[in-house]
Design a binder for this molecule. Structure first.
Ligand SMILES: C[S@@+](CC[C@H](N)C(=O)[O-])C[C@H]1O[C@@H](n2cnc3c(N)ncnc32)[C@H](O)[C@@H]1O
Length: 279
């Protein structure tokens, strides 16, 4: 039996999607069974399953439109930032990690959604180092605008310094503070958004959604896109295997599914990307 390639290279993000985690399980199983006397047909099927799953993300990367140099720079710098040390030293107020970054395939998907609906006003809830914000800003017209919510001052200034390197960075306004406070303040201003991307505190997803839907923040033809709605597969695995965040996401998925004001689908892209439209 062939041994699976070793993915334990330094500084690579750990698997945080259902697909990545499944590939990791298969790698381990294949390595454990490498010298075991298992039927060759079983080994063949295991190897085929591994190849099908392990090859998918690299193929998506290879075939999607390449990211702009500014987006590639955000990804690269986020990967090399010592996030744990920054938190230990008190520079970040929250424990942040490189795995939070949405990345090329999700960024390119968001960019295409923004083009498809010709969005002019976008709200990015949970900016981190700015990948989703800049990807969407790249698809906005020159007079379009994006407000990005972030609670961590270190992440906010990290992103802002990188936005300055992009011709689209000037479309982005960063709002520092807890997202729910920002949403309530924006709602009072009464200017609705065409497109909202939710990617902040998983345990507040239901509140973000209800605020958007109830306060006039989402325009009548508006769309909401929500990240991590498969939460590493925990939302469909037995409840005993769910973290508090996964339980919150499972509840969020139920709330949206039961809301007659919208239609929605979870795209199995990365860690699950829900697309919601007001009907
Ligand atoms: C998963 S990351 C966002 C990733 C980003 N959208 C991207 O494309 O790379 C979540 C971010 O939300 C921020 N966050 C968490 N809770 C928040 C809150 N209550 N208000 C505002 N930002 C919050 C975190 O500090 C973190 O930077």
């Amino acid at each position: 039996m062939q041994t699976a390639p070793n993915s334990a290279t330094a500084n690579l993000p750990r698997p945080v999607t259902p697909l990545g985690i499944a590939v990791n399980h298969l790698e381990i199983a294949i390595a454990l069974l490498a010298h075991a006397a298992i039927p060759s047909e079983a080994a063949h099927h295991l190897q085929k399953a591994f190849e099908l799953m392990a090859g998918l993300d690299p193929y998506l990367e290879q075939t999607a439109t390449p990211a702009s140099s500014a987006l590639a720079d955000i990804a690269e710098r986020t990967r090399h930032e010592p996030w744990q040390a920054k938190f230990d030293e008190g520079e970040t107020v929250r424990p942040l990690e490189q795995e939070m970054l949405s990345g090329h395939i999700e960024g390119q998907t968001l960019k295409l959604f923004v083009h498809m609906i010709r969005a002019r006003r976008i709200l990015d809830i949970g900016m981190f180092t700015g990948y989703s914000a800049l990807a969407m800003a790249e698809a906005l017209p020159a007079d379009g605008s994006l407000i990005a919510c972030e609670v961590d001052p270190y992440a906010a200034s990290f992103a802002q310094s990188l936005f300055q390197k992009s011709p689209h960075g000037s479309k982005i306004q960063v709002d520092l503070g807890p997202a729910l406070e920002t949403l309530n303040r924006l709602a009072a201003q009464g200017e609705p958004f065409d497109f909202v991307f939710i990617d902040a505190d998983k345990q507040e997803y239901v509140q973000y959604y209800q605020t958007l839907m109830d306060s006039g923040l989402l325009s009548d033809q508006g769309y909401i896109c929500v990240d991590n709605t498969l939460f590493q597969g925990q939302v469909y695995l037995p409840e005993a295997e769910r973290s508090a965040s996964a339980s919150a996401i499972a509840q969020f998925n139920q709330v949206v599914a039961a809301d007659p004001r919208v239609e929605q689908v979870i795209l199995p892209l990365r860690d699950g990307l829900t697309l919601i439209r007001r009907v």
